[in-house]
Design a protein around this ligand. Sequence first.
Ligand SMILES: *Cc1c(COP(=O)(O)O)cnc(C)c1O
Length: 821
Amino acid sequence: MSNTIYNIQDIATIVAVTSVELSDPSAIINTLAYDSRKITDPKHALFFALSGRRDGHQYLQEAYRAGIRSFVVRKNAFDQADYPDSNWLYVQDTLQALQLLASHHRRQFEYPVIAITGSNGKTIVKEWLYQLLSPEYQIIRSPKSYNSQLGVPLSLWQMDGRHNLAIIEAGISQAGEMDSIEKMVKPTIGVLTNIGHAHDEGFASIQEKTLEKLKLFRDADKVIYNPSYVNTAIKVPGRYHFTWIVGEGALLEVIASRKEMEQQYVLEANYQQQSYVFTVPFTDKASIENLVCCWAVMLVLGYETAMVIDRMKDLLPISMRLELKKGINNNSIIDDSYSNDLSSLLIALDFLKQQQQHPHKMLILSDLPIGEQDKTKLYTKIAAMLKGKGIDRFIGVGKHLRQHAALFSMDARFFDTTEELLANITKLNIQHSTVLIKGGRVFGFENVSKALTLQTHETTLEINLNALEYNLNSYKSLLQQGTKLMVMVKAFSYGSGSFEIANLLQFNKVDYLTVAYADEGIALRKSGITLPIVVMSPGEDTFEQMIHYRLQPEIYSFAELDTFIHALSVIKTETYPIHIKVDTGMHRLGFELDQVGELLTKLKRTDKIIVKSVFSHLAASGSREHDDFTREQIRLFDVFTKDLAQGLGYHFIRHIANTSAISRFPQAQFDMVRLGIGLYGVSADAEHPLPLQSVTRLRTGVTQIKHIKAGETVGYNRNGRLPGEGTIATVKIGYADGYSRRFGNGVGKMLIKGELVPTVGDICMDMCMLDVTGMDVKEGEEVLVMGDELSPDSLAKAIGTIPYEILTSISQRVRRVYYFE
Ligand SMILES: *Cc1c(COP(=O)(O)O)cnc(C)c1O
């Protein structure tokens, strides 16, 4: 996206290759790629096969297919013959090579580089500084929260000669990481936002963490920090220090703050013997600190306080994640209107490109806020980008876009204003599409989003796809080399969604997906899932459909085997894969152990099918008291499958381990494991819980607040009583949403404004009531029903069930919102 250009041979020198093979030594590189889903301008891209949680060498084929011909790789990590006409730079460590390149690139520029680090608030401070400084500076800043060992070099790569200020965010999660970041960034101005408890596990003490963060400023000219976060014993690097504080004891002090109106605080501040009183549009402590931090940076850059105060009044809140919401007319909506510039547009388009659930991809875009630069060049670039990302329908809003309408070759419509678009929106007939809505603040695109999003019911289940990926990798790390992975996506992926989850698993190259019923599998196929899918309860009447959609049945009885073979002979396919289930003690479905002989005879009599796998299910793999029984199941399975394999004369995949067995019975991995609940953030192993991240957050809102006199009752059957006079909040979730009636009368608790409050009275169908006596709660307040603080496990315990039931009970009418952080 930048004007950066390097010759491949120069890059070879910069990244310290061990050897090179160049088919095209004159290749020009201007884009760095590391993710085969996110490729733009492949002709000029250099692909780094990074070995992080997944090995980039596995994605070379996809990158090559996308048109990339230049690669930075480890030698012998793949078969080179598959990639004719390519350039290969061989290095020991591909990430380090990327960092060397970024570091070299950064040194080409003399303008100031502000580096921001700290436990929280980095991205907000960066985005606010961008808003505050944009009138004077041409700023390059890290996109979103690109602040890691990978994010930082990608951010630096965007620097070019058109800018005159860089703002780079740096995050670390363990000791030793800051050195490499410091070497790349070499900041001139350092900003420490705060020190909190994030990533405590990676450090021996808070002190060690602070010291590690401060390493970033080793050679900085000026360092800006809040002394309340830095122990006086610590020597802060930098030639000049500027301190700020909410309290007393710094150059810039905010000594008092009070709430004035609903969304405003009045701040009183001292700086250089002057006092200032002014209002800001934020009321929480974290935002105030971030604001003061930005103020300090502006003072260091030489701004007058009057101007700073004037600009802070207009600061806007920042939402940092891309959300996927259900839209009207069978659309999905990606709402991203927090900033509108090329790099954030590219990130959002990549997210859009990964969505396969609808046949069409559409972008609604406003004019980009640029000065008097060459607009034609900008919009030509954007038009080319859209083509590359598979956008088939485009709506442009704003005068500039309209002027450049001719550049957009797809189905495109243009409007001068957002109002004009809204007046015509139903006529546009937007359906079966994934729609990205991306507009600058002044365009007020939240109204476009409102018009296109389904808002029947405000209770929302948020699904964090990053956390899901994290959990997947936690389990992968427990697998022995070569063990395959089947993931259970039955019951709407344990309530978390269907194609959204399957899509992510497909990208992560799991080996199999498993659903309960054929229609679940068909829905996945229709939304673009190509992975092998196993159906556990196929049902005779669906065989034909299953074969049509290439779904593979679980076969658990002779009757089922016969009808399936019959269905195959009618349709005439090639040998069809099936999965045999054997009962080793669960006593639910499956062939009996002593049926192995008869099964062999039947299987050998037909050439219609091939046994792809044989499996069994453990009845109590999570509970220690039954471990002997589990070991016996494993032994029986081993014997049965050995006999069967010998009789059949060919190899099939053997699998028995579910989530808790993956961690508790490593000897039971066989050729494949079946991951279920663990993926969704519930560790089924109480003794050695894996460090999983919670994937789902269920939230709702307060509809009404009521004051209750002593002795009055609340809800059906007059079951709800408060100890005396009090206040209740009625919230929009009931048993029809999956919030069980068993949570009634104080058994269930929800979180409002950081406080756990109990239910009052019976849970109703669509609502329930909470005791908020003594709290300042308003209508519309957000209420957390399940999440970090209220885990599925703890909810389950409260009503005597298991987390599986809690997750899968959340009804389909509850809106699902998916996001990547
Ligand atoms: C649901 C299911 C699993 C997954 O179980 P978890 O405990 O969620 O890991 C594995 N195998 C079979 C046959 C299942 O039905």
